[in-house]
Ligand binder design. Sequence first.
Ligand code: DHB
Length: 312
Amino acid sequence: MVNLRTTIGPYTFDNPLMNASGVHCMTAAELDEVAASVAGTLVTKSGTPAARDGNPAPRYAALTLGSINSMGLPNKGFAYYLDYAIKFQQTHPTQPIFLSIAGTGPADYAEMAKTIQASDFTGLTEFNLSCPNVPGKPQIAYDLETTEQILDDLFKVFKKPAGIKLPPFFDLAQFDAMAALLNRYPLTFINSINSLGNGLMIDTATDTALIRPKGGFGGIGGAYAKPIALANVRAFRQRLRPDIAIIGTGGVTTGRDVYELILCGASLVSLGTVLQEEGIPAFARLTSELEAEMTAKGYATLDEFKGQLKTL
Ligand code: DHB
């Protein structure tokens, strides 16, 4: 028998799987379904100060090896998710929950943080610095100065457990610079990676972009993202303070993929495209595949192989 227990800071989870923000988490009913599954925890859709309709459809398409999306931050407003999370922790006192927050400008983060700080919320807050899909707004975390300003403002007012959602990086100098910045703040975790921003896929029959927003440009997820996700989790695990945990996101379609993200240093693993395509049963399938992989490798706990990638 294997034990799938994992921890982030003082929080314990019975299973390392969770949904990725944006998938199966827009409404209380969807969040309830993740909570009732074998997933160890759940995260809300990224909430903004006011509710948003998002971009025009079609704004998501399944692809042979993953997905493309440009949702444009449709959400019910962060107060809806904060309210859900506070009620959730009353009914599920042993199950920690993540609240995801996205600004539509840099000042939004500290503003929302003040409200969360003053509330009864006792879970973890994920500040999303990597939404690629709002027309005219670049991904914040590709701009170190803006990221620094947001984190400075944020941690002046926010004292609860906090993490940030990062976009994929592609150069070792970018990992060095971002990790050096993040190590200066009282972060509990990072979540790596968000989708591969601004890909383009074309309908072969009509020669038309597959999705409508931004001329067809959108975030790429699923199997396309796997090697980039592994590299980002590994690179940050090698550079971040040991007390900053990593949530690994990107490219999971099998239990072996979950295992590999943990091997690279992830403490939790979140499911995006695979959850969108398979629905809630993905959690049970991937849990049993992870258990089978651990059994085959002779491991009884996640700690025995977490971060233990071998290199040549
Ligand atoms: C959306 C997409 C993201 O990748 C993200 O981090 C936040 C929002 C979206 O398009 O809704």
